[in-house]
Write a protein that binds this ligand. Structure first.
Ligand code: KIV
Length: 300
């Protein structure tokens, strides 16, 4: 991402704040829009899926221009944008607001990333009907897919949404919305029983129609074996080792910005890069080449 001003635009006409949007139109035009069939093709070809969070129009456009395949409007925005201590208090209206901004940024940049939005805590827990109403709010704001956390009780909800045309990304392992029930931000699925339950939930979520599954802070060996078992649901790891079908990081973390302690599974991609967009492109390249994550350093 550049930070062009009228003085620094190197001869290009200044077009207002949008001139800070991605600067490589040829690369942008070369990529076809990412869709569920294209994600499946990537998986079949063994091409890793690169996902990043974004919460506003300009950063979303920069991530798209950097080649990020999937942009997640994560409820992590509660922590990185709103300064909350967890994602628990993020509202559906806040998620709608940011999803709308990200979608608008992508449309202005004629961009191609697959856009996923988090259903926040409390917006899908009461009933399948409540989940559908909440999903409709995010889809009408521009999301292509919604993400929800947890296994077991969520399976019926996932099926209900998918049958009604809402693509779903599930999320197992460390599920930040239930951090208080889990007793902290800690690795999940470490013992045999926890691994067995996670496997059961993952297979049931695939059966219910989930197309993607985020695995957060899950031992690398477990996430690799889940990935091998899930032929139709592509795993996206965060702190889950290199064996998943793709990777996701919180954008602020990978740019080296964190109000607290940087999690072990993060690499600062800003180091040595001249711009934010270049850092994002380095992340995409490292994910696609398999160079990130490094299991010895970023996984359990
Ligand atoms: O909210 C979020 O950013 C997420 C990612 C950490 C996967 O759920």
């Amino acid at each position: 991402m550049t930070t062009s001003t009228p003085d620094s635009s190197e001869g290009k006409p200044y077009s207002g704040p949008s001139s800070s949007a991605p600067s490589d139109p040829t690369a942008r035009q070369a990529r076809k829009p990412i869709s569920l069939p294209r994600l499946r093709d990537m998986r079949e070809r063994g091409e890793k899926i690169a996902m990043l969070t974004a919460y506003d129009a300009t950063f979303a456009a920069a991530a798209d221009a950097a080649g990020v395949d999937c942009i997640l409007v994560g409820d992590s925005l509660g922590m990185v944008c709103q300064g909350l201590s967890s994602t628990v208090a993020v509202s559906l209206e806040t998620m709608r607001h940011h999803t709308d901004a990200v979608a608008r940024g992508l449309r202005r940049a004629n961009a191609t990333a697959w856009l996923i939005a988090d259903l926040p805590f409390g917006s899908y827990h009461e009933s399948r009907e409540q989940a559908l109403r909440s999903a409709v709010v995010l889809m009408q704001a521009g999301a292509h897919m919604v993400k929800l956390e947890g296994g077991g009780w969520t399976h019926d909800t996932v099926r209900f949404l998918v049958e009604r045309g809402v693509p779903v990304c599930a999320h197992l392992g460390l599920t930040p919305q239930t951090v208080h029930a889990l007793g902290g931000y800690r690795v999940q699925g470490r013992d045999d029983e926890a691994a067995r339950v996670m496997r059961e939930h993952a297979l049931a979520l695939q059966d219910a129609g989930a197309s993607l599954l985020v695995l957060e802070m899950v031992p690398a060996a477990l996430s690799s074996s889940l990935t091998a078992e899930l032929a139709h649901c592509h795993t996206i790891g965060i702190g889950a080792g290199s064996g998943t079908a793709g990777q996701v990081l919180v954008m602020h973390d990978m740019l080296g910005l964190n109000l607290g302690r940087m999690p072990r599974f993060v690499r600062d991609f800003m180091q040595g890069q001249p711009s934010i967009q270049a850092a994002m492109a380095a992340y995409v390249q490292a994910v696609k080449s398999g160079e990130f994550p490094n299991d010895a350093q970023h996984a359990w």
